[in-house]
Design a protein around this ligand. Structure first.
Ligand code: 3HC
Length: 299
């Protein structure tokens, strides 16, 4: 079965309704696609639905779109716990579930079984290259990474990463879809852990953490340096709070488990916060502390 041409991609399934999956779903719905966002947790789906509706209200308030455009986009978006039902008409799947290899492999095996033969199966993972899930399917040529950045509604970049078995047609369709949803594709010709943007980001974040742990400057001042000397929109500690300290921890653990290099282990200050459950904005505390509305209150 051939991969769908971009014109034939109508229905998109996003698996996982966390911060990434839900915003990816809305990005696709805003571009005119019929989108199902699936999650095993109805609580997560309800939370996502509420947050996305709030984002759209804000867009209308700020006159970025009309009420009608916002309502039409939200109407193209459905939320469900029923994977089989959501998968049966999908032309393109973007998987944004947890970053655990065994769960993703089982998910890809299942998606291969329940989606039409032509469907492309992409993973939003930044730590699991698609070759590690492609062999759980009978369509390795139609599997690739399609990696969005947080917050997905705002950040323009999407890394499209081919694995050795990905077909040219799959890459062409994925790049074309990225453009259709008003994002900027960055194409990686081969897999490399962390891809492009995160490799650069991790080098910066690791240096920032070392400076902090060696008592050279406070994390707040290191953030200030990145914003005011380098023009970054956020410092590395603020960004870790946004993307989640659990993610920062897990990404480094995966890297360490694969390399065996002690330098790759999550650093002490990350492990401490991770073990305390201070995971960033989502728990109200990470490097900084946030109030109920997500506003930073200290330090
Ligand atoms: N979700 C959706 N939209 C958001 C948002 C969120 N969490 N936070 C902010 N925005 C949007 C809103 O539209 C907001 O405008 P509004 O309040 O008028 O509606 C607009 O961004 C500006 O927000 P703020 O005024 O609150 O703050 P900033 O001007 O600092 O912008 C930011 C926020 C866009 C997040 C900006 O600080 C930024 O670009 N930060 C860097 C983000 C980054 O580096 N992302 C990459 C992370 S790495 C990654 O994702 C890899 C993955 O593998 C983990």
């Amino acid at each position: 079965m051939a991969e769908p041409e971009i014109e034939n991609i109508k229905n998109i399934l996003v698996v996982g309704a966390g911060a990434m999956g839900s915003q990816i779903g809305l990005v696709c719905a805003m571009a005119g696609y019929a989108v199902a966002v699936q999650d095993i947790s109805s609580e997560m789906l309800e939370k996502a639905q509420k947050q996305l509706a709030g984002r759209m209200d804000r867009n209308v308030e700020k006159e970025r779109m009309t009420r009608q455009e916002a309502d039409e986009a939200l109407a193209r978006l459905t939320f469900t716990t029923d994977l089989e039902d959501a998968a049966k008409d999908a032309d393109f799947v973007i998987e944004a579930a947890v970053e655990k290899l065994d769960i993703k492999r089982e998910l890809f095996r299942k998606l291969d079984e329940i989606t039409p033969d032509h469907t492309i199966l992409a993973t939003n993972s930044s730590t699991i290259e698609s070759s590690r899930v492609a062999d759980a399917t009978d369509r390795p040529d139609r599997v690739c990474n399609m990696h969005f950045f947080n917050p997905a509604l705002v950040m323009k970049c999407v890394e499209v990463v081919r694995n050795p078995g990905t077909s040219d047609a799959t890459i062409e369709a994925t790049v074309a879809l990225t453009e259709k949803i008003n994002k900027s594709p960055v194409l990686l010709n081969r897999e490399i852990p962390g891809f492009v943007a995160n490799r650069i980001l991790h080098a910066l974040a690791n240096e920032a953490i070392s400076l902090y742990e060696n008592d050279v400057a406070s994390f707040k001042d290191i953030d200030t340096a990145c914003r005011t000397a380098l023009g970054h929109p956020m410092g590395p500690f603020e960004l870790m709070d946004l993307t989640g300290i659990d993610i920062a921890h897990d990404v480094r653990m995966v890297k360490y488990e694969r390399s065996g290099d002690e330098n790759d282990r999550p650093k002490r200050s990350i492990v401490e916060r991770y073990e305390r459950g201070d995971l960033g904005r989502k728990t109200g505390k990470g490097w900084y502390t946030y109030d109920e509305a997500g506003k930073r209150v200290s330090p």
